[in-house]
Ligand binder design. Structure first.
Ligand code: HEM
Length: 403
């Protein structure tokens, strides 16, 4: 089998947009990924994405950010800050868990810490299952753990959430409930469009499990890396870094620069359904596995000067997002980009003009801002640990102290 690796910014951008390149990273992770949005192709993907996109309309997250995201972040951080220490990996997951559950449509009837912890445990297992291709453990042992976690998650969370939504939809159909009283989440969207989607309850279970892990793992990872990069920036250039403490737009740039340097998905894989030749001359034969090296493309010196340097103040060429390819591109471009990364006040368009936007900071910036405001710094006694079970650039733990 031919493998073509693309590691230039322009090649990766073009490949993301080629219709004949089909998702291939999650074949190993079918136990939790089979039939999920991220592995669908062509019309199947288009129809599912249109249904799920409705929740992610521009403006929804701006409203969430104004209405309650600050409170979620502050309330999750408060007990850790009061104790004087935290692990950023745990704190990141805890904060983001309730938000991804909200997006997916998984109710948390009691809102207790035990519930959040259970979801956190499941999300970690599902995430390991999805990225089985990168595991250093016995893949069958991971699959067995994922199956057990799916069963527990189904019984404890999905079934009650399904029952509540079916009841609400029946009352809506009977004219007893207004449209605005229906939940705006992925699960409700899927139930409302059941007939056109050609799905079953197994796929529904995996789609909710996929959202739970896709939303939480990458956000928690971005949060930990952003804090790590920020702490290193403070050590190198305290005067410059300290300015970001009072400047949310600059802090957002720190997050975007971190995402460029440490994309949660360092590679994307595609299978070529037809031969293709890229503008830069790369030839892709039919059937080839195409490895899109996002981590390398995000450090392409033709696009990012001094590419290995963390420089939130850097200039980027028109049409290039500061996070490079961290949110993917083309048909599978991350549906949660605005929720996690926000929207900068102005975005450079490919024609060089600046398009003005109403700023959304995004959850990662909100989390980093709250963490720094609480006076967090790396725990001098306990250095951060890398994840020994993954070849990816993840922290397994990152202890900090406050004050
Ligand atoms: C910093 C945080 C995040 C990063 C770095 C990230 C990254 C990515 C990337 C690279 C892809 C494309 C993968 C590929 O093409 O193979 C993707 C897709 C996706 N992401 Fe995210 N993501 C983040 C947060 C979120 C959040 C918060 C959600 C939802 C709550 C989410 C939901 C999804 C979904 C549903 C897809 C599949 C889209 C499709 O196939 O059409 N992500 N993400």
């Amino acid at each position: 089998m031919t493998t073509i690796t693309l590691d230039g910014y322009a090649d990766v951008r073009e490949a993301f947009r080629l219709r004949d390149l089909k998702q291939a990273l999650y074949d190993e992770g079918g136990v939790v990924m089979a039939g999920c949005l991220l592995v669908l192709h062509g019309d199947d993907h288009r129809v599912r994405r249109r249904v799920e996109n409705r929740l992610f309309r521009r403006g929804t997250f701006r409203h969430w950010e104004r209405a309650f995201l600050h409170d979620v972040v502050r309330d999750t951080l408060a007990p850790f800050a009061a104790e004087g220490h935290a692990d950023l990996v745990e704190l990141g997951y805890r904060t983001i868990m309730s938000l991804t559950a909200l997006v997916a449509g998984i109710d948390r009837p009691t809102g207790s810490a035990a519930e959040a912890d259970a979801l956190y445990r499941y999300a970690k297992v599902f995430s390991e299952g999805a990225t089985l291709v990168h595991t250093t453990r016995d893949p069958d042992a991971v699959r067995a753990e994922v199956r057990a976690a799916l069963e527990e998650f189904d019984a404890a969370f999905l079934r009650p959430s399904l029952a509540r939504r079916r009841d609400l939809l029946a009352r809506h159909a009977a004219g007893e409930l207004d449209e605005r009283d229906l939940p705006r989440d992925v699960l409700t969207g899927l139930l409302r469009h059941w007939d056109e989607l050609d799905i079953d309850e197994e796929i529904l279970l995996r789609e909710c499990a996929f959202y739970l892990q896709a939303g939480s793992h990458s956000t928690a990872d971005a949060f930990t890396h952003s804090a790590d990069e920020f702490f290193a920036w403070v050590r190198r250039d305290p005067a410059a870094a300290e300015k970001a403490l009072d400047d949310p737009a600059l802090l957002q740039r720190c997050v975007h620069e971190t995402l460029r340097l440490h994309p949660a998905s360092p590679v994307a894989h595609r299978r070529a359904l037809a031969p293709a030749v890229l503008r830069g001359g790369a030839e892709i034969p039919e059937g080839a596995l195409v490895v899109l090296d996002l981590a390398a493309a995000n450090r392409d010196p033709r696009v990012f000067e001094r590419p290995d340097e963390f420089d939130p103040l850097r200039e980027v060429p028109a049409g290039v997002p500061r996070w490079g390819h961290a949110f993917g591109g083309g048909m599978h471009a991350c549906i949660g980009t605005e929720l996690a990364g926000g929207v900068p006040e102005s975005v450079p368009e490919s024609d060089g003009a600046e398009q003005a936007h109403e700023q959304v900071l995004g959850t990662v910036t909100l989390m980093l801002s709250a963490l720094l405001a609480a006076g967090a710094r790396p725990d001098p006694q306990r250095p951060p640990q890398r994840d020994p079970h993954s070849s990816r650039d993840h922290f397994a733990s990152y202890p900090v102290v406050f004050g």
